[in-house]
Each structure stands twice: as structure tokens, then as C-alpha cells.
Design a protein around this ligand. Structure first.
Ligand code: SF4
Length: 210
């Protein structure tokens, strides 16, 4: 599996932003965040990008911010996580039958990657997906991760509209399941409720039973 170098500089704007953060927060991770990988897992969760005070600080996807609190709590509730999650990442958490990655591996200013940055990072997502030989479900958290997944499978975007709980066949074996991102903004504005998020993982597990 190809992982980006921590100091990957393919995206000039993101590299610049990283250098600013290194100066400002020298004790933070500040780099391309590696995925949480379970090679044999059937589920892959794809987020957008590291949060400034979350994965960019701790070096682990979704760890340290509100989105992570929601995601890890939900995974535990649905039997996809063992152990306890701690915001600083110093915990005994292990994922069961799932892996977590981000479509863009470096923190973008204001959580908004540009289209060339998303494109630059697609190879890493492609490699992460093909590394999982038992993969059955990819859960896309948000529109950007949905589009990146479609691009890595060389499919036509127009045939795959993003929508919460939309489900598509990517291959004969692999399904895509869309969810609104579990960001603080989406939860606060009630675009995504805990019930809606729970339903995504109930559906994921149903797919695995077929
Ligand atoms: S976002 Fe991806 S391609 Fe761009 S610098 Fe980071 S790791 Fe490299």
C-alpha cells in the first residue's frame, strides 16, 4: 500500500499551511496523516481531511475533534470498535472489521481542500482501497469523499449522485454507502442526527450479511 510521506509536498498550498502550523504548534503531528488500517476488514470509512485541532494535531484520523467523538462513539455502539477512545489518541482503541482513511491526507485551511489537492491525493486513496482484498462496503462521509471514491474507480460522477444513505454498486463485490459527514457543523445544524448516522452502520452491517 502506498502511503504519503509525512512531509509530502505535492500540494503547495497545503505544504505552506503545514509549515505555518509547525511554527505555531511545534508539538503537533503536522503532516500527512496515515490511515487506520486493518488489512482484512470488509468496511472502509472515508472522511474528508484531517481537522486542524484533530488528526493534524494527534496524527490519527478523526482523533481529537468533535467529528471523531461522534464517529468513534457510533462505531463502538455498532460493535465496530473495541476498547476506549481518548481525544489525545493515547488509548486502547482497535477497530473491528473496518479501516478509516481520509480523501485528503493533509489539513486544508478552513477544512476546504481545492480540487487539484483532492486530485493529487486520489492515488493514496486508490492504493488504500485496493489494499483491502476483503472489502465489501465503503462508507463515504460527505460529498468530497464520495466524489474521490467514484474517481478512484474510474466511474462517471453523473451516474453516482451523493445523498445521505444513497447506496451504489462500485464493483460486483464492493458497495458505496453515502453519509453526511459527522462534523460539528452538520450535527449542530441537524443535517445529520445520531439516528441518521446509526442507520448508516445498521445498513453497513446488513450489506455484510448478504
Ligand atoms: S494532500 Fe495528499 S497529495 Fe497533497 S500534500 Fe498532502 S499527502 Fe500529498
Amino acid at each position: 500500500m502506498i502511503e504519503p510521506d509525512k512531509n509530502c509536498s505535492k500540494c503547495k498550498r497545503l505544504k505552506k499551511f503545514r509549515d505555518i502550523n509547525i511554527k505555531q504548534y511545534p508539538n503537533w503531528f503536522n503532516g500527512a496523516v496515515p490511515s487506520i488500517i486493518n488489512k482484512n476488514s470488509e468496511i472502509l470509512i472515508v472522511g474528508l481531511a484531517p481537522g486542524l485541532n484533530g488528526a493534524n494535531k494527534t496524527g490519527r484520523p478523526f482523533t481529537g475533534d468533535y467529528a471523531g467523538l461522534t464517529l468513534f462513539h457510533t462505531l463502538k455502539k455498532h460493535g465496530l470498535l473495541k476498547g476506549h477512545y481518548k481525544e489525545d489518541g493515547n488509548d486502547n482503541l482497535t477497530l473491528k472489521n473496518c479501516s478509516i482513511t481520509n480523501a485528503v491526507r493533509c489539513v486544508p485551511p478552513k477544512n476546504l481542500p481545492k480540487s487539484d489537492e483532492i486530485k493529487n491525493c486520489e492515488n493514496f486513496l486508490k492504493s488504500t482501497i485496493s489494499y483491502h482484498k476483503n472489502l465489501r462496503v465503503i462508507v463515504a462521509l460527505g460529498l468530497i469523499s464520495h466524489k474521490s471514491i467514484i474517481a478512484t474507480f474510474n466511474l462517471k460522477q453523473k451516474d453516482f449522485k451523493f445523498g445521505h444513505s444513497n447506496k451504489y454498486n462500485l464493483t460486483e463485490k464492493i458497495k458505496l454507502l453515502d453519509s453526511y459527514h459527522c462534523s460539528r457543523y452538520n450535527i449542530n445544524t441537524k443535517r445529520l442526527s445520531q439516528k441518521m448516522f446509526d442507520e448508516i452502520f445498521i445498513e453497513t452491517k446488513k450489506i455484510l450479511l448478504n
